[in-house]
Write a protein of this length. Structure first.
Length: 442
């Protein structure tokens, strides 16, 4: 399929934010819906602000994706503009930028990786299918880190493959299977992939099979023996090596569990200042409109983040009451809590020079949008605020305007990446487009 590529200015941020940042909304005020979202709104959700399970009802309210209305206008903060970068794509998901500036896009449902190259004036001059015949590809990574990678790695839903790569390649050469098998028997299907800064380890995220490990039962050999032999919080049976980040050498050897209890780490990224991996995570459903917060967090090796027995610290999931008292005080609390059911997907850290200096080192995450909340939330891109390389816990609405009404949306953000020129690229898989945010002063 040939995608139609265009550069069209859609919207410029006008008075969406004040010159000075707005105070953060906290407590119940931090929870909102698509009608209240606007660029510049800052939210701070803290563990102590959580409601009790069942305090709000749990509902199914899926959105209907409609063609992008002619009058649709995305909103960005004052001082920025947003324009259509690419359309006609086949449900683009993760977006990664090669060191030479080429834009690699995972068209997951189509089983393809596409590469886009900008020409004069930033307009896309080249659009090619790099690789096809893949199995629900999602994560893309270049290895080794640096200006001259030799491989492109792709995380399929059931494996990791790599292609020999030279800068400028538009067509993949013969694939080599590095990890022949990842857990893939249903449930969350996305697998993201990153390499540690020293190029010694490959990290792969694997989401859970289930919502909250219903019917998990007792582990082989009993709970005491299992907990002594396995990483902290590791699940078993159909959830073995799931709700986790796995670690390998770059050639797929020395397989181990890096961190556990992360229900669905859809987006992986390495924080430049610390070298730590971060996860953009979908949490569980069924405890009400306002539980459990999604989150964006650093991921420490050997840490346990709660799923399925606990959430956001030692809050016990009532569906597993009394099941794992040994883990209650061993749960790592995530760094940044996001409004429940936002469906936080791809993430990236900003290291470009185009945006104002205060954006340097901050993170961006794509919120795909709720399906089980009475008032729709998500469907936006958020900015994760950092101070001296550490998260403040606050996040800010950065791009909004993908929702048409209470029942209809035209865009569902998935991937975020920083282009070589410092602009921010955003994919959405509802209408198959990629958007480009630039400084209005540029």
């Amino acid at each position: 399929m040939t995608s139609r590529i265009s550069i069209v200015v859609l919207a410029v941020g006008v008075a969406a934010t004040c010159a000075q940042a707005e105070p953060a909304l906290q407590g119940k005020d931090a929870y909102g819906d698509w009608q209240a979202d606007k660029p510049g709104t800052v939210r701070l959700i803290r563990p102590q602000d959580l409601v009790r399970p069942g305090a709000t009802r749990s509902v199914a309210s899926s959105s209907r994706v409609v063609p992008r209305p002619a009058e649709a206008a995305l909103r960005v903060p004052a001082g920025f503009k947003i324009e259509l970068f690419a359309d006609g794509l086949r449900a683009p998901r993760i977006v990664r930028v090669a060191p030479n500036g080429d834009v690699f896009v995972a068209e997951t449902r189509a089983g393809t990786i596409r590469v886009l190259r900008a020409g004069e004036g930033g307009k896309v001059a080249t659009n090619e299918v790099f690789a096809s015949g893949l199995r629900q590809p999602f994560g893309i990574a270049f290895f080794p880190n640096g200006d001259n990678p030799q491989w492109v790695y792709v995380a399929n839903t059931d494996s990791v493959v790599r292609f020999p790569y030279q800068a400028g390649d538009l067509k993949a050469r013969k694939a080599e299977t590095i990890v022949p098998s990842l857990p893939h028997d249903g449930g969350h299907s996305t697998r993201d992939i990153v390499f540690t800064p020293d190029n010694k380890r490959m990290l792969v995220s694997v989401g859970s099979l289930s919502n909250v490990a219903e019917g998990l039962g007792t582990p082989p050999g009993g709970m005491e023996a299992w907990s002594k032999a396995q990483p902290l919080g590791a699940a078993w049976a159909s959830e073995t090596e799931r709700a986790a980040v796995l670690a390998f050498t770059p050639d797929g050897k020395e397989r181990k569990i890096y961190a556990t209890g992360i229900r669905n780490c859809v987006g992986l990224a390495i924080q430049p200042q610390t070298g730590l991996p971060w996860c953009s995570t979908n949490e569980r459903d069924g405890l009400g409109d306002d539980l459990v917060p999604d989150y964006v967090t650093s991921v420490k090796e050997g840490a346990f983040y709660g799923w399925p027995w606990f959430y956001i610290g030692n809050n016990e999931d009532p569906r597993h009451a009394g099941a794992r008292p040994d883990l209650k005080d061993k749960v790592t609390v995530p760094d940044v809590l996001i409004q429940p059911h936002s469906a936080s997907l791809g993430m990236t850290f900003y290291q470009g020079t185009q945006f104002p200096a205060e954006y340097q080192g901050d993170a961006f995450a794509a919120e795909h949008g709720s399906w089980n909340r009475s008032k729709r939330t998500g469907y936006k891109v958020i900015r994760i605020r950092m101070k001296d390389g550490k998260p403040t816990g606050e996040y800010e609405d950065f791009v909004t305007g993908f929702v048409v009404s209470d029942t209809e949306v035209w865009g569902r953000p998935v991937g975020v990446a920083v282009a070589k020129d410092g602009s921010l690229l955003i994919s959405e898989d509802g209408n198959g487009t990629i958007w480009r945010v630039t400084s209005a002063a540029r």
